[in-house]
Design a binder for this molecule. Sequence first.
Ligand SMILES: NC(=O)c1ccc[n+]([C@@H]2O[C@H](COP(=O)([O-])OP(=O)(O)OC[C@H]3O[C@@H](n4cnc5c(N)ncnc54)[C@H](O)[C@@H]3O)[C@@H](O)[C@H]2O)c1
Ligand SMILES: [Zn+2]
Ligand SMILES: [Zn+2]
Length: 366
Amino acid sequence: MKIKAAIARFAGQPLCIEEIDIEAPREHEILVEVVATGVCHTDLVVRDGMLPTPLPVVLGHEGSGIVKAVGSHVTSIQPGDHVVMSYNTCGACPSCDDGDKSYCHEFFPRNFFAVREDGSSALSQNDKMIHGNFFGQSSFASFAICHESNAVKVDKNLPLELLGPLACGMQTGAGAVLNALKVEAGKSFIVFGTGSVGLSAVMAANSVGAKTIIAVDTQTSRLKIARELGATHTINPTEQDVVSQVMKITGCGVYYALDTTGIPAVIRSAVESLAPRGTCGILGASGPQAEIVLNETHFMSGGRRLKGIVEGEADPHSFIPKLIEMYLNDQFPFDKLVTFYSADNINQAINDTKTGVTIKPIVRWS
Ligand SMILES: NC(=O)c1ccc[n+]([C@@H]2O[C@H](COP(=O)([O-])OP(=O)(O)OC[C@H]3O[C@@H](n4cnc5c(N)ncnc54)[C@H](O)[C@@H]3O)[C@@H](O)[C@H]2O)c1
Ligand SMILES: [Zn+2]
Ligand SMILES: [Zn+2]
């Protein structure tokens, strides 16, 4: 079948909207007519060649759409179902066995290698392979082949075009707070970076009743939105020293910190903002060269902790429905972060997120 897709052909270059071919779904796959796809910062990291995903490739990993066909062994999904497509896992490694899917031992190959396990792709153009299967979906396209296991069914009454970002960016920020750090009511929390991930963390910290919620960003406009979503304090590091401001606000430092910038010097500030026994989570996709330096005495002596976090430690099958419920109860108003673009304007959407004009672009395919 012919479909429309945005292809990353050359590192750092705009995506090319072209017609390509898509195969029918194999045994455990489903064919989804994509309604809309969120643009995540990780798509841009890969487009820019900072991770070893092969080109040409169709990126996109926050897709939502309607199932059109299912493979012969698919049992949990039927044509007509509305789905949100999240990350892919093996389902059989020690982490998957323990229910810790986001730490699947095969997370990297299954989400970034952009081929199936047998090295094939469902996508091609004039019989030449276009890499697909990015995050088990490659949803920067009008149709996607997804796996039964990483498609989450959602109610048909929900606004499907809005839901894609719950599959990665929003799940990552909210899950970091609710699942990984387990921020508690009455405690203090700081987030570095208020893009879609950081602002999702702010909304989640607000929903559990964190007493002090500090948002840090170099963009004043984003700090204003952070306040609207529940931040009690904001700090612009270009104007104020972050660590001394945190000590002024909290007295002894924060119990929970989250870095979403991936910048080693910012991660150091995040750790230095911790009170004794505090925990800092990091989740930025900085590329394989980034290294972190900490002061050993400060880190060790207060029993401070540093923790890597993938996909908010969320199982999408339970966490996406939870976020939808929070959204419907006005506890997670993630629609405030969203700007819609047509598929033909996908490069504009990418530029607008890079310049900070847009927080979470969603590209409509139909
Ligand atoms: N680990 C995971 O599972 C996972 C999942 C999704 C996204 N990510 C990564 O999370 C990161 C955040 O994603 P996003 O979509 O929110 O990105 P974003 O670019 O929208 O947000 C990053 C924010 O950091 C701010 N920033 C830059 N320099 C700063 C500084 N020195 N101090 C404070 N703030 C600063 C920027 O102004 C921006 O608002 C990206 O690296 C993305 O690739 C990781
Ligand atoms: Zn696994
Ligand atoms: Zn992502």
